[in-house]
Design a protein around this ligand. Structure first.
Ligand code: KG4
Ligand code: ZN
Length: 338
């Protein structure tokens, strides 16, 4: 079964054709990041307008690379939640029109379910159940993936998402949005013990808190400036990456032990972080657990992951009709139309 999938929930307009949830026939991503960089973050209205401009071309390119016409795919899938609502609606409306005109089933996909499914594209042997650490610009979750469409949230951030924390720390040392990647890049020339950082307390055994870390970095920067010794960006980057990776891994390992999971999956933009990947690798090797991580090409937002999850949603009967709407927020546990 070949699914044409569309993603437009933030600042990437993407389309892909995915076969049976596992094989990428084509994947096209048009990023708006250079434009949003000028403003230090994603400007929602600009994002919506750019999606409107790019979505036809990006979809045509994905179909062309797959050697198919819209009539030749078996279904159309789209990210319908969560995300910047104006941006989500561009993809939803476009997918609805396409599905209607080509007379194909329409499959709404939860964006964070998609991030988890990126792993199915890279690891043919991976099947639920497993424990997933999902860390992106808007989410930080520890989720028990019981089945392809059956999730239990064990822990989550009580304030900022991990990606937000990376971006804010990066901004403190003058790195442009989205700072997480840049912070990671310079961190390997730094000393991870140079700056002590707190571990903010979060209510709930598997929950995280990151807003205190942001304040700690701001305070470090102010104090250093007052002493006339500005922060050393590489040292701050190394200290921050090392510390956040440790927090994320410790909670993940605790949850895995408690729930008897020996398969761990990383997902979301922050799963590209080299410190987190290394910490998880080391932790899983020590425990004898199997670790699955998406390749760097699939950690950020893309439509391939949406097409992968869409296949399992379709098998479970989760299609939508022409009344489908987009939603700015939605739990990973919720189902469209219920
Ligand atoms: O999953 P994603 O592409 O978009 C959302 O769904 O939010 O995640 C974007 C986030 C940004 O905050 C970005 O800075 C962060 O992922 N990120 C990283 C790295 N690459 C991307 N954070 C730390 N280290 C990285 N290598
Ligand atoms: Zn995302």
């Amino acid at each position: 079964m070949k699914i044409l999938s569309i993603e437009s929930s933030c600042d990437e307009t993407a389309a892909a054709v995915i076969e049976d949830g596992r094989k990428i026939c084509s994947s096209v991503i048009h990023t708006q990041v250079e434009e949003h960089k000028l403003y230090g973050g994603v400007v929602p209205e600009i994002a919506s307008r750019r999606h409107i401009e790019s979505i036809c071309g990006v979809t045509a390119e994905a179909l062309e690379q797959a050697g198919l016409s819209a009539r030749e795919v078996d279904a159309v899938a789209v990210t319908a939640a969560p995300g910047l609502i104006g941006a989500v609606l561009v993809g939803v409306n476009f997918a609805k029109g396409l599905a209607l005109s080509a007379e194909k089933p329409l499959i709404p996909v939860h964006h964070i379910r998609g991030h988890v499914a990126a792993n199915y594209l890279a690891h043919p042997e991976l099947e639920p159940p497993f424990l997933a650490l999902i860390v992106s610009g808007g989410h930080s979750h520890i989720v028990l993936v019981r089945d392809y469409c059956d999730y239990t949230i064990l822990g989550r951030t009580t304030d900022d998402a991990a990606g937000e924390a990376f971006d804010k720390a990066a901004r403190c040392v003058g790195l442009p949005y989205p700072g997480g990647v840049a912070l990671d890049a310079i961190s390997h020339e730094g000393d991870p013990h140079a700056y002590p950082l707190p571990t903010p307390h979060a209510e709930g055994e598997f929950n995280f808190s990151f807003s205190g870390l942001k304040t700690a970095v701001i305070n470090l920067a102010h104090n250093a400036e007052q002493k006339g010794q500005p922060l050393v960006p590489a040292d701050l980057a190394a200290s921050f990456c090392c510390h956040v990776s440790e927090i994320l891994w410790q909670k993940t390992a605790l949850a895995a032990e408690r729930y008897g999971c020996d398969k761990i999956v990383l997902a979301g933009g922050v799963s590209a972080n080299s410190w987190l990947r290394q910490r998880a690798q080391q932790g899983c090797a020590e425990k004898g657990w199997q670790l699955y991580m998406p390749p760097l090409s699939l950690t950020g937002d893309n439509a391939a992951m949406i097409g992968a999850q869409a296949y399992y949603e379709y098998l479970a009967g989760h299609t939508a009709d022409e009344s489908l709407n987009g939603l700015p927020t939605m739990e990973i546990t919720e189902q469209f139309g219920t």
